[in-house]
Design a protein around this ligand. Structure first.
Ligand code: ADP
Length: 583
């Protein structure tokens, strides 16, 4: 009873065939606008409209239409669909009463006549279109042909809808990527346009706020001295919050990001217990770490007044922007450092030439006076000679410091270790500066232990150290003041204290005075300071003391004088009972 084949080419006759041909055209129009969201029910309704069939069923594989509602493979209601699926060919059953394929599982006849056609794209089966009628012999071969065409139309429409949807998704993905790229490019361009840190930060927050369309954007930078995160630039934030927000690492959202070095998204600040409320308007927040060369330098933060306003896209963009921003910040800092270094060097050159010129001019004029046709009397001549000696000592000090600083710059400090009698070394240094002190009527005192103290070290470098400290003490003490050197011997170390009654050093500068080229500015100390000095003396002192395994500290308050204490390990230091001093 099984119908295996159907002859093609049966002439389509009768008015209903013509009507249905017109229906195919109508169907095609409808299918032209088919989308992946169209349901099989909508398609069958359109088919019914266009072709006039009463009982039409469309079985679709889920992949053909995501909204396919009929289960696939279709329920074995009739063998018709199963046959079409198996054969991949259309089938017409003119008389259902004589064909098991028109019976259901219970053996009941489900249709007087029926036909079905596969929805094929090449070899690939998308589904089956089935039409039934209650009466036998309702359909002809022409009807089957029309159904086949309709199935083909539907398959093609489904396939092109899927293709269009995929294409659209791809297009959207490409557009999104392009948008991201141009956002990042825009940020990168704006951010790298400047080398001034303030400008960079200001541009960053503006550019990111614009590009990511958020309410506020701010940059926290880590303050290396106290390890606190401070807002350094902000866009869209009220100024009062900007000054209030100071966070320790681990504290608040930015602090947590700094601690974990991971981005953090808070979709709803009101539901987040660790959120520190600075600005109650902020309802959602996204923060990413700023790292340069593997070091944390700060946190980049965006916020919104709506909860859940950010997506993974925002996080990705902000992370990439953060890496650009970190590099820009690093570059700006480096540039600032270079500028400062250059400025210091220029200043240094100016100071050195000035420093050298003053004693040289003094020496030159004293020598000219001594060599005049009528030479000065003995006492005046002696005064001139003393001036020459003093200025010569100053020249030696300056040149020694310059040479020593250059040596320290280019090589590790090479010490010649030998036993040194500390008291003799101090007396020598004091003698060298006697004239400079006398010039200002400054009293020089030394307090040395009764017995000579011997340490192991480099006599020349240690003498230079003491000379530098004494020279500063004299230089920064007004006339008629006092400079003293004292030695205290302790079990493990020896302390040499140089104290003066001079203008002092502000507390904030007590550490910096040991930096190369650093000189306390007038406005910091509040007192006019001598404008000479290279800023190298204490730098050399610290390097030498540390190379001896010791350390130096300074104590001072403006107006009350300064104290510098050098501690040197005694090592094999012993009271000197026998050996005379060596250097
Ligand atoms: P300089 O050659 O300028 O003295 P130093 O490195 O020896 O260079 O000192 C650095 C700065 O520290 C000085 O310029 C001065 O401002 C300050 N300073 C050093 N010693 C004293 C002191 N005894 N009293 C006051 N200020 C001092």
């Amino acid at each position: 009873m099984e119908e295996t084949a159907h002859s093609r080419g049966v002439a389509a006759s009768g008015s209903h065939v013509v009507t249905r041909l017109g229906g195919l055209v109508q169907l095609q129009h409808w299918l032209d606008t088919l989308e992946t969201t169209t349901t099989p029910e909508e398609i069958t309704a359109a088919l019914r409209d266009a072709l006039g069939y009463e009982h039409v069923t469309l079985y679709l594989r889920e992949e053909a239409v995501p909204s396919a509602s009929h289960t696939w493979p279709p329920a074995e209601e009739s063998g018709l669909v199963a046959w079409v699926v198996a054969q991949g060919a259309p089938l017409l059953v003119p008389d259902g009463r004589r064909d098991v394929r028109c019976c259901n599982a219970a053996g009941e006849i489900v249709a007087g006549s029926a036909m079905a056609a596969p929805l094929l794209i090449g070899e690939h089966l998308l589904g089956v279109l089935e039409v039934r009628a209650a009466e036998p012999n309702t359909f002809s071969e022409s009807d089957l042909l029309i159904l086949e065409v309709a199935a083909h139309q539907i398959a093609t429409a489904l396939e092109s809808a899927r293709f269009r949807a995929e294409h659209k998704a791809l297009l959207e993905e490409t557009r999104r990527k392009l948008d991201e790229m141009s956002t990042l490019y825009q940020v990168a361009q704006e951010v790298t346009g400047s080398l001034q840190l303030d400008e960079v930060l200001e541009t960053v927050v503006q550019a990111i706020r614009r590009a990511l369309n958020c309410r506020g954007c701010c940059v926290f930078l880590l303050n290396p001295s106290d390890q606190m995160l401070e807002i350094k630039a902000a866009a869209g934030l009220k100024p009062e919050w900007r000054h209030m927000a100071r966070l320790a690492i681990g504290e608040g959202i930015a602090g947590k990001v700094a601690a974990s070095l991971q981005p953090l998204y808070v979709p709803d600040t009101q539901a987040y217990p660790d959120y520190i409320v600075f600005d109650p308007e902020v309802r959602c927040l996204l923060a990413v770490p700023l790292q340069a060369q593997g070091r944390l330098i700060g946190v980049l933060n965006i916020d919104h007044t709506q909860p859940d306003a950010f997506t993974p896209d925002h996080e990705r963009l902000l992370t990439v922007a953060a890496s650009q921003v970190a590099v820009a910040i690093d570059n700006a800092r480096l540039y600032t450092q270079l500028l400062a270094e250059k400025r210091r060097q220029d200043e240094f050159l100016a100071i050195v030439s000035h420093e050298l010129r003053t004693p040289l001019t003094c020496i030159q004029s004293s020598v000219s006076l001594l060599l005049e046709d009528e030479p000065p009397d003995g006492e005046t001549a002696r005064e001139f000679l003393e001036i020459i000696q003093r200025q010569n000592e100053r020249l030696v000090l300056i040149v020694n410091n310059l040479l020593n600083a250059t040596r320290l710059e280019h090589a590790e400090l090479q010490l010649v270790h030998q036993p040194v009698a500390l008291d003799e070394l101090i007396s020598r240094a004091v003698r060298r500066l006697r004239l400079l002190a006398a010039e200002k009527q400054i009293t020089m005192r030394t307090q040395l232990p009764d017995e000579s103290i011997r340490i192991v070290g480099d006599a020349d470098w240690l003498e230079q150290t003491l000379v530098n400290l004494l020279d500063n003490a004299i230089k920064f003490t007004p006339p008629e003041g006092e400079v003293s050197v004292a030695v205290q011997v302790m079990p493990q170390e020896v302390e040499v204290t140089v104290r003066d009654t001079g203008i002092g050093i502000p507390e904030s500068d007590l550490e910096r005075v040991f930096d190369k080229f650093y000189r306390v500015p007038d406005q910091l100390s509040g007192v006019p300071r001598p404008r000479y000095g290279s800023g190298l003396g204490l730098y050399i002192v610290r390097r030498v003391v540390e190379a001896h395994g010791g350390h130096i500290r300074a104590a001072s308050a403006p107006g009350t004088g300064s104290t510098f204490i050098i501690s040197l390990p005694r090592g094999s230091a012993t009271p000197d009972y026998a050996t005379p001093s060596a250097p």
